[in-house]
Design a protein around this ligand. Structure first.
Ligand code: NAI
Length: 337
């Protein structure tokens, strides 16, 4: 008998509920025993109880330490602050781990992609420090601290060691942002002294974007401040087949609290149509199962997922198929052995 895990589940909004239901069904069919504590956040929570981030949601994550979360809409240019950012900051989930690796049978123009972005997850412009100086002037602060820069660089080197990776590259704009990015780079340089077995490289963020589309296989582990990490991870999702297949984990290794979520957002343009690709959330759930040491289930689901891609009978539109979210999910479940 395997252990039953207590895990917080946030179904989100937009395509969130559709992809969450698919992923929960797959994990269930694979025999993983999870007692899901379903709570809400964002618009759905506001509609239910008048709060966008209810106390019971925070309490559930605090208690269970593990959360699987679907995307939550953030109003653009006005309205409430991102719930995703609030959750990361509330639980100090300082490391955002975003693997990007070619998936067999998902054809893209880019080969040999096998890299991991380690994105600082608590500072930078996401600290929300903006003020209106006058009608025509806004002052936006990019917050970078030594403490947060050191711990994310340390995390990146530790990650490289634990995952048998050879190289960590830091990406900054330290030629322009001499103080903020300059300090991040200094912290990286100092931290690299502690890890002489790992190759340490530096690159400017604009050059990184160009190099990623010309020769992505040269990169291994990448570490960078929050905003660059956000943008570059969408670019890297594009290298391996799009936002529908990109996974991520938000981790604090000290408190052992972790939130697993797809890289993509709530995709309002396709919400409610039963056509969204649940792969990003599924691969995030596999990161979660690895984290809770359910290795057998990971292996089983991975095999079924890869077989489904290879057969190509039930792929979603973004993978050049025409299957519904539920048909793709059913095919994966059928392929579980
Ligand atoms: P988005 O990631 O939701 O969508 C970008 C494009 O990718 C759209 O064309 C969409 O249809 C497509 N796409 C995304 N996920 C897909 C999937 N699973 N299958 C197939 N196609 C998929 O980004 P957008 O439109 O910029 O943001 C929408 C909302 O999501 C915003 O309110 C944003 O703040 C929020 N958001 C939430 C995140 C989270 O909860 N972690 C992360 C990113 C954005």
């Amino acid at each position: 008998m395997t252990k039953t895990h207590d895990i917080t589940l946030i179904k989100g909004d937009g395509i969130g509920p559709e992809i969450t239901d698919a992923v929960v069904d797959i994990l269930d069919a694979a025999g993983v025993k999870i007692n899901w504590d379903v709570v809400d956040a964002g618009i759905t929570a506001f509609d239910r109880c008048g709060e966008i981030l209810p106390k019971e949601t925070l309490n559930s994550i605090e208690k269970n330490r593990i959360c699987l979360k679907a995307p939550i809409t953030t109003p653009i240019g006005h309205g409430f602050k991102s719930i995703n950012v609030q959750l990361r900051r509330h639980f100090d989930l300082y490391a955002n781990v975003r693997p990007s690796r070619n998936i067999p049978n998902i054809i893209t123009p880019f080969q040999g992609v096998d890299l991991v972005i380690i994105r600082e997850n608590t500072e930078d412009i996401y600290a929300g420090l903006e003020e209106k100086i006058d009608e025509n002037t806004i002052h936006g602060i990019k917050l970078i601290t030594k403490q947060a820069s050191e711990r994310i660089c340390d995390f990146a080197f530790q990650y490289a060691i634990k995952n048998n990776r050879k190289k960590v590259t830091v990406a900054t704009k330290a030629n322009i942002s001499k103080l903020a990015d300059g300090m991040f780079l200094d912290c990286f340089r100092q931290m690299s002294q502690k890890y002489s077995q790992i190759e340490a490289k530096e690159i400017l963020i604009d050059n990184l974007c160009m190099q990623l589309v010309q020769n992505p296989s040269q990169f291994d582990v990448l570490v960078m401040p929050n905003l660059y990490g956000d943008i570059v991870s969408d670019l890297c999702a594009g290298l391996i087949g799009g936002l529908g297949v990109a996974a991520s984990a938000n981790i604090n290794e000290t408190s052992n609290i972790a939130i697993f979520e797809a890289v993509h957002g709530s995709a309002p343009d396709i919400a409610g149509k039963n056509i969204a690709n649940p792969t990003g959330l599924l691969l995030s759930a596999l990161q979660m199962l690895n984290y809770i040491k359910e290795y057998e289930a990971v292996n089983k689901i991975e095999k079924a997922f890869l077989k489904t891609l290879k057969e190509g009978k039930a792929l979603t539109f973004d993978l050049k198929g025409s299957a519904a979210t539920t048909e793709f999910k059913d095919e994966i479940i059928k392929n579980l052995v």
